[in-house]
Design a binder for this molecule. Structure first.
Ligand code: NAP
Length: 317
């Protein structure tokens, strides 16, 4: 069976950036993405802090350019998901079982599977997902023209997406569990100044109710110890993210939430297995830090293979 020098798992900014670096070193590699390229970044409406783009740009535009760059370096990209991975000690390699049953073999892996939204875990959330409950304003916002909607969370995602939703909705109410927002000051100023945006402080969602669509949100105010019913056509949830690492089945050292633990070279607890982007434990999860991780992981894979006594004649020196 063909053994890849490296398999990059995940096609968000970290995986795509790793792809550029890995391809440029001449490694025999492949990038696997189980759905569409771009990860969470592709659903971001406006990016204002990715260097090189002085004007606001959409996640879709940034990802399209990254993809174009990867393809220019001839890295194969396949739409395939990985089911499980096994480390083979004798051959110092990895065996990957894909969701379609295919088996691949690789000397190194770059895990760049990103993170996904944390759910509220309240009654009605599952029932109304896609029927008023959403985790993606860019995808679903335009469906709420002139409607009254609510957003849960006080971080950057909640504030940015609330601003986006206010373009369509009649009114957007931010429900936050404390009395101060977590998001950046610049975003806080924007939401406070927007006449369409309202706030429910010290509040948590208890239940989501409706018929075929969301109609009411039951909210508990911690300070006043009272429960109230609020009419709403939709509820957008932005209460943080969790890493897409369950599929690794604890084979790699991770923190309590499942974020992979890496050293400064992005090595994990297994040899030749590197992690990049939002799926690893880190202080700042942004497109720019994901791209930086990808670059570093790509180069570390190259150095790792150079130091090993594999047949690296195709790599040059
Ligand atoms: P986050 O910063 O972790 O914020 C999560 C928010 O949800 C917090 O306000 C938190 O409340 C609240 N929350 C958490 N669990 C909750 C629960 N069970 N019920 C109700 N509320 C809950 O997450 P994020 O906004 O998704 O951002 C993730 C990372 O991406 C951050 O590092 C952020 O800076 C970054 N990001 C940056 C940008 C940008 O720079 N433009 C845009 C988007 C995201 P507390 O405040 O009380 O903890």
């Amino acid at each position: 069976m063909n053994i890849y020098d490296s398999v990059i798992i995940g096609g968000g900014p970290a995986g795509l950036s790793a792809g550029i670096y890995v391809a440029r070193t001449g490694l025999q590699a492949i990038l696997l993405e189980k759905s569409i390229l771009g990860g969470q970044a592709i659903t971001t409406d406006t990016i204002e802090n990715y260097p090189g783009f002085p004007e606001p740009v959409s996640g879709f535009e940034v990802i399209s350019l990254m993809e174009k760059q990867v393809r220019r370096h001839n890295l194969p990209i396949e739409q395939k998901g990985v089911k499980s991975v096994e480390y083979q000690k004798e051959s110092d390699s990895y065996t990957l079982t894909l969701l379609n049953g295919e088996i691949l073999s690789a000397r190194t892996l770059i895990i760049a599977t990103g993170a996904c939204p944390i759910k509220l875990d309240v009654p009605g959330e599952k029932k109304f997902a896609g029927r008023g409950v959403s985790y993606c304003a860019t995808c679903d916002g335009p469906l709420f023209r002139e409607k009254e909607i609510m957003v849960v969370g006080g971080g950057n995602s909640a504030l940015e997406e609330t601003m986006f939703l206010s373009r369509f909705a009649k009114k957007v109410t931010i429900i936050h569990r404390r009395d101060a927002l977590r998001g950046d000051k610049i975003l806080q100023e924007r939401v406070f100044q927007n006449p369409k945006i309202d706030f429910l402080w010290n509040s948590i969602v208890k239940e989501i109710k409706g018929n075929t669509q969301v109609r009411e949100i039951i909210i508990y105010n911690k300070k006043e110890d009272s429960t109230s019913v609020h009419k709403a056509d939709g509820l957008f949830v932005y209460i943080g993210t969790k890493p897409n690492t369950d599929w690794l089945n604890n084979m790699v050292q991770a923190d309590k939430q499942g974020f992979l633990i890496t050293d400064e070279k992005l090595s994990t607890s297994l040899p030749g297995l590197f992690a990049a982007g939002d799926c690893r434990q880190k202080a700042l999860r942004q497109i720019v830090t994901a791209a930086s991780d990808g670059a570093l992981a790509g180069m570390m894979v190259y150095h790792y293979l150079q130091e090993k006594k594999f047949d690296n004649s195709h790599l040059g020196s």
